[in-house]
Design a protein around this ligand. Structure first.
Ligand SMILES: [Mg+2]
Length: 375
C-alpha cells in the first residue's frame, strides 16, 4: 500500500468570526466588525492532517452558513472513507453533489492537497505542476470609508516595501473617488495603482465615470458594473485605453470562456473561492491566456490559510502575471489563525517550501474564534 492509499478518517469543521481592524466599503457592500470563514481539517489513517479554508462573502459568493452546510452535510459523506489517492475523483463527485458553494469546494481541494503534500513530503505547488515563481508582488486594497485612516495605511505600506495598491471605488460618490485618486497621485506617486468598483456603478452612469477614472492611467479598472452586465462591460472595454478586468462576472471556466467570446475584459481576477478549487483556478488562467487575456490573483476576506492555498496556485501558474492581493492576514485581521505569520517580505508574498501548504493553523486560535467547533 502506498502512503496515498490510506483512507481519510477525520473531517472536522470550525466556523470562525475573526475581528477586523476597520470597516471597509465596496461597491456591493460593507465589511465591519468581523469576517467569517470556515476551516476544514482532514485526517488520514496515520494521523496526518490537512487544512482548508472557505472564505465566503454573502454579497459576492455566498454565506458562511451555506459553506458550512455544504461541507458538513453534503461533502463529508463523499470524503470520509475515501482513499487520498483518489483526489480528482472526490472533487468530481463534490462538483456534482452540490451546486455553487465554490468556497466549500475550494476548502476541500485545499485540505486534500495539503494532506497529500504532508504525506508525500512535497509542497502543494509541486502537486499543481511545479513552481514558476518564488515571490509574488502584493497589492493591498484601499477601502476605508475614513480616507485619513487609509492614508496612514498607505504610509505603512510604503515603509513595508509594498508597491501596489487597489483603490475601491463606487461606494460613495464620484467626487470622493476622484479626490482620492488625485491625493494618491500627488502624495504617493511611487505606488502602482489599480481601481476596483466591485459592481458599484449603474449602467447609465458607468461610461462617464469610468472614462474619467481612466485618465488617471491605473494599471486596470475592475468590474465597474454588476456581474451579469456582459454587454456593458464590453462597451466600457471598447471605450477606454486602460485594461478592464472582470471579477464578479467570472467565477469558473465556463464564465471565462463566455467572457472571452463576448469580449468583456482584458484580464480576469482569479480566486480559488470563485473557481471552486486550485486546479480549477489554473484552468481559468489558462483559458484566459489562450484568449489573450491577463490574470490577477484576487482573494476574498480571507485568513492566512486561504492565502496560502492561493499562493501555491499562483506559484504553479505562469499565466497569473499581475500579482496577488493576499493582504488581509497582515494588514486587516486583528489576529491571523496561522501558527507562523503569513510570509510577506519587502512587499512580496514568499512562496513556502515546506510540505503541503507550508504552515498550519493554531488550533487554540481556531477554538478561540469559533462560533461552531468540533465536538
Ligand atoms: Mg474585485
Amino acid at each position: 500500500m502506498s502512503n496515498l492509499d490510506q483512507r481519510i478518517t477525520g473531517f472536522d469543521l470550525w466556523h470562525l468570526a475573526l475581528p477586523v481592524r476597520s470597516a471597509r466599503d465596496h461597491g456591493i457592500g460593507r465589511v465591519e466588525g468581523h469576517c467569517e470563514v470556515i476551516i476544514l481539517r482532514l485526517t488520514s489513517e496515520d494521523g496526518t492532517q490537512g487544512f482548508g479554508e472557505a472564505s465566503p462573502w454573502s454579497v459576492f459568493t455566498g454565506t458562511p452558513e451555506a459553506s458550512y452546510a455544504a461541507l458538513d452535510r453534503y461533502l463529508r459523506p463523499l470524503v470520509v472513507g475515501q482513499r487520498l489517492a483518489d483526489r480528482a475523483g472526490i472533487m468530481g463527485q463534490a462538483a456534482r453533489a452540490v451546486a455553487h458553494c465554490t468556497e466549500a469546494k475550494a476548502a476541500l481541494d485545499s485540505a486534500l492537497l495539503d494532506l497529500t503534500g504532508q504525506i508525500s513530503g512535497v509542497p502543494v505547488w509541486a502537486l499543481l505542476g511545479g513552481r514558476c515563481r518564488d515571490r509574488i508582488p502584493l497589492s493591498c486594497s484601499i477601502a476605508n470609508p475614513d480616507f485619513d485612516q487609509d492614508i496612514a495605511l498607505m504610509e505603512r505600506l510604503r515603509d513595508d516595501g509594498v508597491g501596489v495598491i487597489k483603490l475601491k471605488t463606487g461606494f460613495r460618490d464620484h467626487a470622493f473617488d476622484v479626490m482620492r485618486l488625485e491625493r494618491i497621485a500627488s502624495d504617493f506617486p511611487d505606488f502602482r495603482v489599480r481601481v476596483d468598483y466591485n459592481q458599484g456603478l449603474e449602467v447609465g452612469e458607468a461610461m462617464d465615470r469610468v472614462r474619467d477614472v481612466a485618465q488617471f492611467r491605473p494599471d486596470f479598472i475592475e468590474q465597474p458594473v454588476r456581474a451579469p452586465e456582459f454587454g456593458m462591460m464590453a462597451r466600457l472595454r471598447d471605450a477606454i485605453d486602460v485594461p478592464l478586468l472582470a471579477d464578479e462576472s467570472v467565477f469558473g471556466p465556463e464564465d471565462i470562456t463566455r467572457a472571452a467570446r463576448e469580449g468583456i475584459c482584458d484580464g480576469v481576477s482569479i480566486k480559488i473561492m470563485k473557481s471552486g478549487g486550485l486546479g480549477r483556478g489554473q484552468i481559468v488562467a489558462r483559458i484566459a491566456a489562450a484568449n489573450g487575456l491577463t490574470a490577477y490573483g484576487g482573494d476574498m476576506f480571507e485568513a492566512g490559510l486561504a492565502h496560502l492555498a492561493g499562493t501555491h496556485m499562483i506559484a504553479a501558474t505562469p499565466e497569473i502575471t499581475l500579482g496577488c492581493e493576499f493582504y488581509q492576514a497582515s494588514y486587516y485581521l486583528r489576529e491571523d489563525i496561522l501558527q507562523t505569520p503569513f510570509p510577506v517580505v519587502d512587499g512580496h508574498v514568499v512562496v513556502p517550501d515546506g510540505a503541503g501548504l507550508g504552515a498550519v493553523p493554531d488550533i487554540d486560535k481556531l477554538n478561540h474564534y469559533a462560533a461552531r467547533r468540533p465536538e
